[in-house]
Design a binder for this molecule. Sequence first.
Ligand code: ATP
Length: 367
Amino acid sequence: MANIQFQRVTKTFMDDKKGGTFTAVKDASFEIKDQEFVVFVGPSGCGKTTSLRMIAGLEKQTEGDILIGDRIVNRMHPKDRDIAMVFQDYALYPHMSIEENLSFGLKNMKHPKEEIKEKVDYASSILGLSELLNRKPKELSGGQRQRVAVGRAIVRNPKVFLFDEPLSNLDAKLRVQMRIELAQLHKRLGATIVYVTHDQVEAMTLGERIVVMNHGVIQQIASPRELYRNPINMFVAGFIGSPPMNFMNARLEQNKLWVEQQSYEIPANLIESYKAYDGKEVIFGLRPEDIYDVNFAFNIPMQNKISVKVDVVEHLGGENLVYFQVGERMVTAKVNGESVIHAGSQHDFVFNLSRMHLFDKQTEQRI
Ligand code: ATP
């Protein structure tokens, strides 16, 4: 079993400049299941890499316990943790051939020659590297180098793979391709994978579950669908989804939502859950795809219409992004590519309030 547990784990670093300490990961508790693909996501500096390095044993936690396969590994050396880590810069040996790069670790551990050959052949065949074994890293493309880095992890046949932003040096097209390859690889290897990225699209497409972090604190751990549908607070709501969720200042009054002197009908099934906030200011969240061009608003109630002056229209082909102002907030609508909407014109949109989100104005928690 290669499940991984954090039990109230905190990591503080000495802050040389200020002379105090800096908390990179704060009181984190979670369990990653055996063979699960879990992605850590969050903005730069939120503590993702530090979490990964603590699993690997490259960084020691200040407080709490880390368990791998139900054993406490707090004092266990990295090389005894049965873990392979793939870094952002791949860290290949430039003077060695691809074959030597792949076999280096096993040779060092004095594995028999035949076994090394078997493992290198296996890894290179599933990664499409068989034809490239005699080349040097500089003779490979970025994507191929990335595969070698993964191959080096595979030959060790570890129970746990750790990936730290492995695709960040690749161009957009290659990134999509490698993303698909990594998802397939996970199925094939049946290993536990922990993957760090700041790219929410990568997180949503790869992760069976996603850990969203901000300022060293885990905000929410959930499946991509759950994070998207039921974000626990405004940070998660704004971080997951592209373009991000719109936020508008609003007020609840007698089962209606008021936004800039206009009232909107709240769907009957949601009214009860908002009761406690009647008469209060709230933050109203609506994703761009839940705002429809009035001419393409089929199968949704039409009473929640808003008439606005359009600021900008971006044509993306299959869809258009339309920007307009609601009060002091800029709002984005993602509408049908066939929509004919011009910048500067007055246009009607429909809010699909069956997909509305409300947040407490003070705590920013979901209501
Ligand atoms: P990025 O996406 O930019 O890689 P991250 O979420 O992976 O960010 P970490 O590398 O985990 O962030 O760093 C978390 C915080 O801890 C950062 O503010 C960083 O400056 C700080 N930090 C990391 N390592 C050290 C260290 N050795 N000494 C002091 N501070 C550190």
